[in-house]
Write a protein that binds this ligand. Structure first.
Ligand SMILES: *Cc1c(COP(=O)(O)O)cnc(C)c1O
Length: 394
């Protein structure tokens, strides 16, 4: 098949929910991908932060292949080994008490929201079910996580949305406290770097103040690390750089390096909340996905994470050093990078894709780079050359 064949087939037989680039990708090696016409692309997107180990990572391929041969799935009516290992590793490396596994980020956040509401119901009874989220946030596409998302563009068409979400301004601790003042709030949910909203890192002082406030009121702090988690920002989870201890952390995207996997981690005080029969999912903890996650977690050694930090810093520095008029700011942590631009970010990314560089947009004016964590220096240099060429045309 050619690119055009795949594009025509897709457009003929799938619902038109996606506005796609006119490229059909066929295969790749680490951060270098090829389309059906044999054209080469440097991957600064990794499938929106999913392919954390790039394409064809040997340890990951053997782990998931071996598990696929042994046992693909059994349901959560039985015990399996890979998910138990994933949970143990995540808890040991975070100090959290227990994990619940899902298949996606939205579903992970649904779990966090259900946990928070039940925690409060168990302790305080009905009427304390509101959850404060931040403007510019993104928490998913289910009816509930759309309601949680603090962007009005997502609150259309699908009424009625789930009740009980209150939005506050990021980096305004007084505003968050005011939103919590009537005693109906059970949790605050936030991303530490707002990803879809524009790669906007929250201020450390704001996050710490909210964390302290939540603790003093027994309001749970839920951190959505679906995008920032699993090594993306240079630590296993981003909250570990913010000096806070959330009650619940959700994760997904990069955890299994390309397989649909996610979940929540809960700390000591709320690990018992989702008791038997209160929450479940058929695919959650799937052994093949968990085997993939174990390969990812084994890769994320302190040395490896140190390299993620360095690669991110070198990319941000390179872009800033170009001093291009179109670039208004360079933000982010680790390999989650935002470039604020004064041109149309969509048009610029479209030109990059045509020129062989896969990049992402975020917010209103941001080009977002999230390469595989395993990207090599040569691949970074090749990608930056294209990035500079395109941004220099503005
Ligand atoms: C992508 C994302 C989600 C939604 O994840 P899905 O797997 O698409 O359901 C939720 N929260 C954040 C912060 C995300 O970046």
């Amino acid at each position: 098949m050619t690119n055009q064949d795949v594009i025509r087939l897709t457009d003929d037989y799938t619902l038109g929910t996606y506005k796609r680039f006119p490229v059909a990708l066929e295969r790749g090696e680490n951060a270098t991908l090829y389309d059906f016409d044999g054209k080469r692309y440097i991957d600064f997107a990794s499938g929106i932060g999913v392919c954390s180990l790039g394409c064809g990572n040997d340890a990951w391929v053997s782990a998931i292949s071996a598990q696929a041969k042994k046992l693909p799935h059994v349901s959560n009516l039985f015990y399996t080994e890979p998910a138990a290992e994933t949970a143990k590793t995540l808890c040991e490396r975070t100090g959290m008490k227990g994990a619940f596994f899902s298949n996606s980020g939205a579903e992970a956040n649904e779990g966090a929201i259900k946990l928070a509401r039940k925690y409060s119901f168990d302790k305080y009874g009905a009427g304390r079910s509101d959850i404060v989220t931040l403007n510019h946030s993104f928490h998913g596409r289910t009816i509930t996580t759309l309601a949680a998302t603090g962007q009005d563009v997502f609150h259309n068409y699908f009424f009625p949305f789930t009740e009980g979400f209150v939005h506050a301004e990021p980096n305004d601790a007084a505003g968050v406290k005011a939103a919590c003042s009537n005693g109906t709030v059970c949790a605050v949910l936030m991303e530490l770097i707002q990803g879809e909203g524009g790669v906007l890192p929250l201020d450390k002082s704001f996050v710490q103040e909210v964390a302290g406030f939540c603790k003093s009121r027994d309001i749970l702090l839920l951190v959505d690390e679906v995008q920032t988690g699993v090594g993306r920002t240079g630590t296993l989870f981003c909250y570990q750089q913010y000096g806070i201890e959330p009650d619940v952390v959700s994760f997904a995207k990069g955890i299994a390096a390309g397989l649909p996997f996610g979940g929540v981690l809960a700390n000591d005080s709320c690990a018992g909340t989702l008791s038997a029969g209160t929450h479940a999912t058929t695919f959650g903890g799937n052994p093949i996905c968990a085997a993939g996650a174990n390969a990812v977690l084994a890769t994320l050694t302190p040395e490896f994470l140190g390299e993620v930090v360095q690669k991110g810093e070198s990319i941000r520095k390179a872009i800033a050093d170009w001093k291009l008029p179109v670039v208004s700011s360079v933000r982010g942590l680790g390999l989650m990078i935002g470039i604020g631009v004064t041109c149309s970010h969509r048009e610029a990314v479209g030109k990059m894709v045509s020129s062989g560089l896969l990049a992402l947009t975020a917010g209103e004016d941001t080009i977002r780079l999230m390469p595989p964590l395993t990207i090599t220096k040569d691949e970074i240099d090749a990608g930056l050359t294209i990035l500079k060429t395109i941004l220099s045309t503005y």
